[in-house]
Design a protein around this ligand. Structure first.
Ligand SMILES: Nc1nc2c(ncn2[C@@H]2O[C@H](COP(=O)(O)OP(=O)(O)OP(=O)(O)O)[C@@H](O)[C@H]2O)c(=O)[nH]1
Ligand SMILES: [Mg+2]
Length: 610
């Protein structure tokens, strides 16, 4: 067995927002992979438009820096639990991991999830306590909690022997001993070189596992992964081994390695490195690319099962086809199935209705990001309320359960526990910091979390943080009755006017501005009562000849509550849909006319009685 002492492969893992991408910024900036005048800004690796807008990493990505003649391949991963599939997809490329832990928050549920994964893969860990510049940091305590987590998760004794560094990723500094003044990230680079084992290489013909795909309009499909054996160069004959063991012959077009944000075209790449190759137009993530002499498949990547599903259907609203460039079943279907190539934890199924597809993901945000991406590409469609995915195991119905961690203030304890008990949550831990900050940990079925995020943020006035992570499957806990109030539903098609909306505001809060085009059956607000009511928001004030003393006083409307896409998905009930177009997000009843809805209600009442 040989080693490549000129390379190290590391993956950066942590809970959401603990500073992974910022630490990659610091490493990139220090290794001067940019031109002096190049404006690179912050969160350099979060290049996708949605990543930049939301300030979170969505996809795992590769980069590399050179330190003391050694190339360090770095894989940045998302910390949000909904994108756990991205972490699962890439960990096998690395030999070591940097586990970041926020110096105030300490280990969080997703810290545990990613560390468990890294331990199972046998990665050499380096702990980085980050954000030590923050005023209230509690470094010693956080380190203790991190050590406890290792005791719980380590598989071999040597995994307990991990170095610890203290960082301010934002300031670009790391130190090996607390109290030392940080200059730069040199101690981190030194630690990586000293502690992360160089990649082992087996002798034999070329073999690489595809962990990611990219596209280029000229080069076509780009397969990215780690080479485990041998070398490869342009024009080499290779085969790809698919999921079913089928073998396809190709010729490699070009080969690339990483440096900073660039792909460098090279003459040859060798085992131990993380590389990109082109020329394989049908290769998939998880496939092995190998020399035809010895076409053995590497173990495929294991990805956790989805927990939440919703339908994506062709837009059936009266405004269908007005705003989108891609509106047909064929286009929607092709787009959804194409997504499966790179979005590994997603599942798509046809349904009994040819215009509707069942899409399954790892959480509401996972699905919402897909919806937003498609909307921006010009797709128009409608989606249903997300549902937790139940399964039958040994003849019993089981459902997904998550760990919910809430950081909040004392004053919200009552309201939160009440809301959550209706959602079948069980309090498993509660910690008070002695002031008025509290951390609550619950076990809650995934179905109880659907629609919770919006009410949570309203109930705690945006002052609390919630995080969830998948726990496992448990016997079905029974149905949850929706506690949402009824909808205010437009009764006519037309343009909403101030007078009509003012009437609606007498009943509850509204979601639209005057001047908005509405159709019959569109949800335009939330009733303050449990039942839906239909209102004509296009109704103008009757003109009379008599001038009343108040008629000229302008009506002052309360500003509408504008729901984001995620809030809209969170808001709707089973008998409602979200209509998604490049220009608008509308809520609607599934059955648009009042007559249809009352017929449906009376028939469902009859079926209950029987
Ligand atoms: N004070 C302080 N803030 C930091 C530090 N490192 C990161 N941050 C801030 O923390 C926030 C999250 O940083 P990111 O680098 O996006 O975190 P991340 O772990 O990549 O987040 P995800 O990829 O979404 O999981 C940003 O606002 C950073 O500026 C630090 O050392 N000190
Ligand atoms: Mg990030």
């Amino acid at each position: 067995m040989n080693y490549r002492s000129d390379i190290r492969n590391i993956v950066i893992i942590a809970h959401v927002d603990h500073g992974k991408t910022t630490l990659v910024d610091a490493m990139l900036k220090q290794s001067k992979v940019f031109r002096n005048n190049q404006m690179v800004g912050e969160l350099i690796m979060d290049q996708n438009a949605l990543e930049r807008e939301k300030g979170i990493t969505i996809m795992a990505k590769n980069t590399a820096v050179v330190y003391q003649g050694v190339k360090i391949n770095i894989i940045d991963t998302p910390g949000h639990a909904d994108f756990s599939g991205e972490v699962e997809r890439v960990v096998s490329m690395a030999d070591g991991c940097l586990l970041l832990v926020d110096s105030i928050e300490g280990p969080m549920p997703q810290t545990k999830f990613v560390l468990r994964l890294a331990m199972e893969m046998g990665l050499k860990p380096i702990v980085v306590i980050n954000k030590v510049d923050r005023r209230n940091s509690r470094i010693a305590e956080v380190l203790k909690l991190t050590e406890d987590l290792f005791l719980e998760l380590a598989i071999s004794a040597d995994q307990l022997d991990f170095p610890v560094l203290y960082a301010s990723a934002r300031e670009g500094t790391t130190v090996a001993e607390l109290g030392m003044k940080g200059q730069d990230v040199t101690p981190l680079f030194e630690c990586i070189l000293g502690k992360v084992p160089p990649p082992k290489i087996e002798s034999g013909p070329f073999q690489m596992l595809v962990s990611n795909l990219d596209y280029d309009s000229h080069k076509g499909k780009i397969a990215i992964g780690r080479i485990w054996r041998g070398k490869v160069a342009p024009h080499d004959p290779v085969v790809s081994v698919g999921a079913d063991g089928s073998v396809t012959y190709y010729e490699i077009s070009e080969v690339f390695t990483y440096l900073g944000l660039k792909h460098l075209k090279v003459e040859e790449v060798e085992a131990g490195d993380i590389v990109a190759v082109t020329g394989l137009d049908k290769v998939n993530i998880g496939d092995t690319i190998a020399s035809p002499e010895q076409p053995e498949a590497l173990p495929r990547i294991e990805i956790g099962e989805p927990t939440v599903e919703m339908t994506f259907g062709v837009n059936t609203s009266p405004f269908a086809g007005r705003e989108g460039s891609f509106c047909t079943t064929r286009q929607l279907r092709a787009r959804l199935y194409r997504e499966l190539e790179t979005n590994l934890s997603l599942r798509v199924q046809d349904t009994d209705s040819p215009d509707t597809f069942l899409v399954k993901g790892r959480g509401e945000l996972h699905l919402a990001i897909l919806i937003e991406t498609m909307r921006r590409e010009g797709y128009e469609f409608e989606v249903s309320k997300p549902k937790a995915i139940t399964n039958i195991v040994d003849g019993n119905l089981v459902e997904p359960v998550e760990v919910l961690t809430i950081d909040t203030k004392d004053e919200y304890l009552g309201v939160l526990t009440e809301m959550l008990s209706k959602r079948q949550a069980q309090l498993t831990d509660m910690r008070n910091d002695g002031h008025d900050d509290v951390r609550l940990v619950f076990h809650v079925p995934t179905k109880g979390l659907i629609g919770f995020r919006t009410v949570f943020s309203t109930a705690t006035h945006g002052e609390s943080i919630m995080n969830t992570t998948f726990l496992g499957y448990e016997p079905y806990h029974g149905d949850i009755i929706s506690t949402r109030n009824g909808a205010l539903v437009a009764s006519e098609q037309g343009i909403a006017v101030t007078y009509g909306l003012n009437n609606a505001q007498g009943r509850g809060c509204t979601f639209i501005e005057p001047g908005t085009l509405v159709y019959e059956g569109m949800v335009i607000g939330l009733n303050s009562q449990p039942k839906d009511i239909a209102i004509n928001v296009c109704k103008e004030k009757k003109k009379t000849n008599v001038r009343s003393s108040t008629s000229d006083i302008a009506i002052k409307l309360a500003p509408p509550v504008q729901l984001s896409l995620e809030q809209a998905i969170d808001f709707i009930n089973d008998d409602e849909l979200v209509e998604v177009t490049p220009g608008n997000i509308r809520l609607r009843k599934r059955l648009l006319t009042q007559a249809q809805r009352s017929k449906d209600r009376s028939s469902s009442r009859r079926s209950v009685k029987q």
